[in-house]
Design a protein. Structure first.
Length: 445
């Protein structure tokens, strides 16, 4: 290595952690901690309102109209009307209803305050009447938007980097308890944002602080109100068998199958989204009718409840695993088809997140394949969740953690199989995804 010529000034290496040592960063930590309290309380209220709307529209309203039980055809007109309202919200209110779920979880920063009413309304209607989406994307937007708005009221001179950090902390607080652990929500947001290196630590510390406080608020409000925490949990989990050679073979099969299934769902939902956006209001109502019709077909054909096709599916996962013996292979295959198609239709026009339906579809697929030799029920359940999540979200670390931490102690047993299934699904998914076109043309060398 040549010596530096004499008289040449030597530039000291920049300290990537310099922002952490400043007084301003300490102030942002305090602000993130304080904002975590109201943001998580609002997020809890949002989830409670979604739950009440689901009960109102599918239980109380049919009874008020004289039905002893909710008719199997009930979701069809209800989702059609909801699609009309969501379409009007997307078309008329600022912000277009927020994040388009067909495009996956993407980091776009905190929304403007003027966009929040449309985001909340579109998500409440979508989730409250049974669209096949989860609450995570609206909560991320709601938490980030509220945190940035509140921080701007307190410190009007807050720099753009500070606003981004506060917005990320608000999102951490909003999803802190949703996935069963504050760490899972943190990993989800870390992978979505694509942060790495020292900058990850700068943003992660206030985010984790907000997530921890948010989880405490969720727990306290759940206990005080008696409503629970709306957290992703399972009941009884069948004991997992130790991984064997057959299990690793099934991990390869599930990984490849999930990658192709995920690619199909993504492409169909994006194609439908393109057509919906040409006539937003009418097409969204039509997609609502499609979701309701798929729930009706499943209920009438299988004799099961239409709710298994509707909603995001996280509350059905425990029953699906513990009561898997109640389902024939044919019923499981029918459920996969109807849920996947309803998922595509919901992704194309309604507003919500893609995580929980992906988990549900993968879980059903794993359970269906567990009827074949060599695949244990719990392992198939976990591998299906992990592989389908990474196929839809392209977040490998989050997918592994979602599939294993959900199972508790048995998750550690099946983790090697889940990792193989997730890696295979991730690689195949990327191979199936067309490379972005460089519109700038070839560059001269």
């Amino acid at each position: 290595m040549p010596a530096t010529p004499s008289g040449t000034p030597v530039t000291a290496p920049q300290d990537p952690y310099a922002p952490v040592r400043t007084r301003g960063y300490t102030g942002l930590l305090v602000m993130a901690a304080l904002l975590g309290v109201p943001v998580s309380a609002v997020a809890f209220g949002f989830l409670a309102l979604v739950s009440e709307l689901q009960s109102l529209t599918y239980t109380e309203l049919p009874r008020a109209m004289g039905f002893e039980e909710t008719p199997s055809w009930w979701p069809v007109p209800l989702l059609g009307a909801a699609g009309l309202l969501v379409g009007l919200t997307v078309r008329r209110l600022p912000g277009g209803g927020g994040h388009r779920p067909a495009e996956g979880l993407v980091s776009t920063g905190a929304p403007a305050p003027a966009d929040l009413p449309g985001i909340v309304l579109a998500a409440l209607v979508s989730l409250g009447v049974g669209a096949v989406l989860g609450p995570e994307a609206p909560l991320i937007a709601l938490g980030g938007g509220l945190a940035v708005w509140a921080a701007g009221r307190v410190r009007r001179d807050l720099a753009p980097d500070g606003r981004a950090l506060v917005g990320a902390s608000g999102s951490f607080a909003a999803v802190s308890a949703l996935l069963g652990s504050p760490l899972l929500g943190a990993f989800l947001l870390m992978e979505v944002s694509g942060l790495a290196g020292p900058m990850l630590g700068v943003v992660l510390v206030p985010g984790l602080l907000s997530a921890g406080i948010g989880a405490l608020i969720f727990t306290g409000l759940g206990s005080w109100t008696g409503l629970g925490t709306y957290s992703l949990t399972l009941g009884e989990v069948p004991p997992a068998a130790a991984p064997g050679l057959a299990g690793f073979g099934w991990a390869l099969v599930l990984g490849v199958a999930a990658a192709f299934a995920g690619a199909g769902i993504r492409r169909l939902s994006l194609a439908l989204q393109e057509r919906v956006e040409r006539r937003t209001v009418v097409a969204t109502a039509a997609m609502g009718l499609v979701v309701g019709a798929l729930a009706l077909v499943y209920a009438e054909t299988s004799g099961k409840d239409a709710s298994e096709v509707l909603y995001s599916g996280e509350h059905e996962l425990g029953h699906l695993l513990s009561g898997s013996a109640e389902y024939s292979v044919g019923a499981l295959v029918l459920l996969i088809v109807c849920k996947s198609l309803a998922y595509c239709a919901s992704l194309s026009c309604f507003r919500g997140g893609p995580v929980f339906p992906a988990m549900f579809v993968g879980a059903v697929g794993g359970i269906a394949l567990s009827h074949l030799p060599g695949l244990h029920l719990t392992a198939g359940f976990a591998m299906g969740i992990g592989a389908m999540c990474v196929a839809m979200l392209r977040l490998p670390m989050t997918s592994v953690l979602l599939a294993t931490l959900l199972l508790g102690r048995d998750g550690l047993t099946v983790m090697p199989l889940v990792i193989v299934a997730v890696v295979v699904a991730y690689v195949v998914t990327l191979r199936l995804t067309p490379a972005p076109v460089d519109r700038a043309g070839p560059k001269e060398v």
